[in-house]
Design a protein around this ligand. Structure first.
Ligand code: SF4
Length: 135
């Protein structure tokens, strides 16, 4: 992870750990032991990506921004993909589109996708049932 990614990750964590997923920018850079200039640049990038939004805030003695976490940027982790048979497939080096061994007609890939989809469907049903119980 590069410096910029590390800094953004620290900012996201600090915002996630705050009471309402928001902090004053002047408190934010202090809380991660960084400097205001680096944090200001990082927040501008994150705002463009739609991860945070900043609203002007006037405190007792200074102007700053309230930084609000909108969403955590989605990153695909290798651990999210281990269900896919391709990662352990002995035919991986011979497999390719248009080849005799291909993802287009692979039963193993189809089965692992189907299993994952069924797990997803089941988890959605559980969430739906849990939310309707609350109502
Ligand atoms: S598509 Fe099928 S054959 Fe190709 S690497 Fe994945 S599991 Fe193996």
């Amino acid at each position: 992870m590069c410096f910029v990614e590390e800094l953004e990750e620290k900012l996201i964590k600090a915002l996630q750990n705050s009471a309402d997923r928001s902090l004053l920018q002047s408190d934010l850079w202090k809380s991660i032991s960084s400097n205001s200039r680096e944090v200001s640049r990082a927040l501008a990038r994150m705002e463009k990506k739609g991860i945070v939004k900043r609203e002007p805030f006037t405190g007792d003695s200074h102007k700053t921004y309230r930084v609000i976490l909108i969403k955590k940027e989605q990153k695909v982790q290798i651990s999210d993909m281990v269900w896919c048979y391709c990662f352990t497939c002995h035919d991986l080096s011979r497999c390719g589109m248009g080849q005799p061994i291909s993802p287009e007609n692979c039963v193993k890939l189809t089965m692992s996708l189907r299993n994952e989809f069924m797990k997803y469907q089941k988890s959605e049903e559980i969430k739906k049932a849990a939310s309707s119980e609350k109502e």
